[in-house]
Design a binder for this molecule. Structure first.
Ligand SMILES: [Zn+2]
Length: 102
């Protein structure tokens, strides 16, 4: 069965630039160099993470690692209409005659 490479690194043995990074049956990445045929296994999560971190990923095999950037919504609420002065109430009641005199 043919495995799809996860990415490529430089071969630690022969310095071949495009040695393939594949995944073993335990899900750990390993290097398979198609030039010198060396295989470098990581065998644990620590080295697996290190290898995956330094490989050049094959982007076409990425399935569901889509990054969704959500920008904060801009403040679209209109500012309160401060220039709108409520209509001045006419002075009324008992005060009306006094004001009219002035
Ligand atoms: Zn090699």
């Amino acid at each position: 069965m043919k495995k799809t490479p996860l990415g490529h690194v430089t071969c630690p043995v022969c310095d071949f630039a495009d040695a393939q990074v594949k995944e073993d049956k335990n899900g750990h990445a390993y290097i398979h160099c198609s030039d010198c045929n060396a295989q470098t296994f990581t065998r644990n999560d620590f080295r697996n993470g290190k290898l995956r971190g330094r490989m050049r990923a094959v982007t076409v095999t990425v399935t569901d690692d889509t990054v969704t950037v959500t920008a904060p919504a801009p403040a679209t609420a209109p500012p309160p209409a401060a220039d709108k002065v409520p209509p001045v109430k006419k002075p009324g009641g008992w005060l009306q005659p006094l004001l009219a005199q002035g």
